[in-house]
Design a protein around this ligand. Structure first.
Ligand SMILES: Cc1cc2nc3c(=O)[nH]c(=O)nc-3n(C[C@H](O)[C@H](O)[C@H](O)COP(=O)(O)OP(=O)(O)OC[C@H]3O[C@@H](n4cnc5c(N)ncnc54)[C@H](O)[C@@H]3O)c2cc1C
Length: 445
């Protein structure tokens, strides 16, 4: 039974939390059902009982232009849990070449990008001209090709006459933002990311990291709902959504219980949604439920001293792609997170071999790491990190509205126009909530 609840949200990842809190803000009493014991889904953290250390399930980078995410954090009062660079500043190190950077000064858009390109000494004069033309090329891609679904990142860069050194700078950004190889990743999705960097005012272009752990970003979520007549039930697994006579009717739970509700937001990953709904409830989009996943492998190395020259460093020519300064460890030492996106070759590799390689590569890139003592290190493998960002999957991403009245979809895999990210997840949750709110009439309360 749904008792006194107006709406039920399934899943307490960023999409579900965004949907539930947005609905509650509009006056709805919301019940959230989550199979795990904490919120955050694929972006979560916990306290390791042995060390007292906050551990993320993998390194996550956010950005000041994550407008929907910032809206969610303001709602929950957790903006302080995120720490952002003042403006976009990417330091990169390339095997055989050394360091260079892309740094946007505090100038109005698009001059911040012009200045960043102008001062990037990895780029030849010809490549700088090409880079300055990128904002126009991004717009042209949207106009000519809708979501750009035909092109991969590599084929688009070739099409616009991109030089090899411009591609060398853009590839790691594409790989990280799509969790997909540039050879296979959707140019349309990458163009959306670039467009955001180009459009954002310099002061809203900086990259951001959780100060402590990812779950701090959602701190107070349960209290927020409870104060508005809602409830979060963890360790509660939904098996199926019931639809009767074309309308949402409720949910069936593991263990046999049923919950009745005429307003359901399904905020679970794409494959889970495929188990819970009949194909006809996806309309033309059912194919998405079989979309493949892309893995991410992260490590956390703890050294006896700081080793990084800045908070974010991209690594080119090595298997380790990013190194992130995660600050001091509670038990002593300095934490360095590393990331390997689209880590198809590493997902089945033994953890020790990944750690040896990562430690060697960090020592190669950062002189301080050669002197430093490695206190401990750990590998995190997320095989199902994000749905693959392939061009052919983009037209299959469904909107929030389904053919069943009162049933809405949310999640990073839905048609947000963004790569599968926290920002995409939160945007989808807000969209689903706006539609559900209209059905409930809560917006008018
Ligand atoms: C290692 C890693 C690194 C990443 N790095 C970045 C990054 O740097 N920047 C970025 O923006 N994004 C990053 N992402 C992607 C980001 O984490 C996801 O896009 C986002 O968290 C997805 O949120 P979601 O709410 O759509 O889905 P999920 O987080 O998957 O939430 C779905 C929720 O539904 C619950 N659920 C599933 N089945 C059921 C059921 N039957 N009953 C009840 N509940 C159920 C799940 O337990 C989960 O809590 C990364 C992801 C990973 C794994």
């Amino acid at each position: 039974m749904s008792g006194s609840f107006d709406a039920v949200v399934v899943g307490a990842g960023f999409a579900g939390v965004a949907a539930a809190t947005s609905l509650a803000e509009e006056g709805a009493r919301v019940l959230v059902l989550e199979t795990r014991q904490r919120p955050g889904g694929r972006a979560t953290s916990w306290v390791d009982p042995a060390t007292g250390e906050v551990e993320d399930n993998g390194q996550h980078v956010l950005a000041s232009f994550y407008a929907e995410t910032l809206r969610l954090l303001r709602r929950l009062g957790t903006e302080e849990a995120l720490t952002a660079d003042r403006t976009f500043h990417l330091r990169l190190w390339e095997r055989g070449r050394g360091s260079f950077q892309l740094r946007c000064p505090d100038l109005p858009a698009p001059f911040h990008w012009v200045a960043a390109v102008g001062t990037c000494d990895r780029l030849s004069a010809r490549s700088r001209l090409r880079a300055l033309d990128l904002p126009r090329q991004v717009r042209a891609l949207f106009e000519r090709n809708g979501d750009g679904s035909r092109f991969t990142v590599e084929s688009w860069l070739r099409e616009i006459g991109g030089t090899e050194d411009l591609a060398a700078v853009l590839r790691p950004i594409a790989l990280a933002s799509l969790n997909e190889t540039p050879r296979e990743g959707s140019a349309g999705l990458f163009a959306r990311v670039l467009d955001r960097v180009f459009q954002a005012p310099a002061r809203a272009s900086g990259l951001a990291l959780p100060r402590r752990g990812l779950t701090d970003l959602l701190h107070g979520f349960e209290g927020f709902l409870a104060a508005r007549g809602g409830e979060v039930r963890y360790r509660t697994t939904v098996l199926g959504v019931r639809v009767e006579a074309g309308r949402a009717a409720g949910l069936s739970l593991l263990g046999g219980a049923r919950i009745d509700s005429g307003c359901v937001v399904l905020a679970v990953p794409h494959d889970r949604a495929g188990w819970m709904l009949e194909p006809e409830h996806f309309g033309a989009y059912h194919g998405i439920t079989r979309a493949p996943w892309s893995p991410i492998v992260s490590t956390l190395n703890v050294y006896d001293r700081p080793i990084l020259p800045s908070r974010f460093v991209g690594l080119l020519g090595t298997r380790t792609q990013w190194a992130l300064d995660r600050g001091q460890a509670a038990t002593g030492g300095y934490r360095v997170g590393t990331v390997r996106s689209a880590a198809f070759e590493d997902e089945d590799r033994p953890a020790d071999s990944i750690l040896d390689e990562t430690t060697r590569e960090l020592a190669e890139a950062f002189p301080e790491a050669r002197e430093a003592r490695l206190l401990r290190a750990r590998v995190y493998k997320e095989r199902h990190a994000t749905m693959r960002s392939l061009p052919e999957l983009q037209p299959l991403r469904p909107p929030a509205e389904t053919p069943a009245r009162g049933l809405f979809l949310a999640g990073d895999w839905t048609a947000t126009g963004l790569p599968p990210t926290i920002e995409g997840a939160v945007l989808s949750g807000h969209r689903a909530a706006a539609l559900a709110s209209a059905v409930l009439g809560t917006a008018a309360r």
